[in-house]
Design a protein around this ligand. Structure first.
Ligand code: 5GP
Ligand code: ZN
Length: 114
């Protein structure tokens, strides 16, 4: 999708600080980090949110989760823990409608706020 910000990052049209990549997924640093480590993990193909992705391609949804764990491992987050978040839809706080997992950690995150 040419009007999708994250599709444009996949296409190389917008720069991103890529930290991990597979054939099907891309991981890059969030432009406005909310924690010492804040990486976004996306499938390279466009799905608007995690519900659509998991319905259409469960294997690819799994690959996104595996990549998220690899990102956490490479960032040294395994020993103390971290958080993987999929904001979904307007009430879920989603702002970019190309599915992405937030991998956040590197310090205590505090309680999840709902
Ligand atoms: P959402 O609220 O949709 O779950 O999260 C979208 C995330 O994308 C936000 O944390 C925001 O900082 C990040 N973001 C927005 N625009 C860009 C961009 O151009 N580059 C990168 N790397 N991150 C972005
Ligand atoms: Zn997209």
């Amino acid at each position: 999708m040419t009007d999708c910000l994250f599709c444009r990052i996949v296409a190389g049209e917008i720069p991103a600080d890529v930290v991990y990549e597979t054939d099907a997924t891309l991981a890059f640093r969030d432009i406005a980090p909310k924690a010492p480590v804040h990486v976004l993990v996306i499938p390279k193909t466009h799905f608007p949110d995690v519900a659509a992705l998991s319905a259409a391609d469960p294997a690819l949804a799994g690959e996104v989760l595996v990549s998220a764990a690899q990102v956490a491992k490479a960032a040294g987050l395994m020993s103390n823990g971290y958080r993987t978040i999929f904001n979904t839809g307007r009430y879920g706080g989603q702002e970019v409608f190309h599915v992405h997992a937030h991998v956040v950690g590197g310090g205590p995150l505090g309680p999840m706020v709902c």
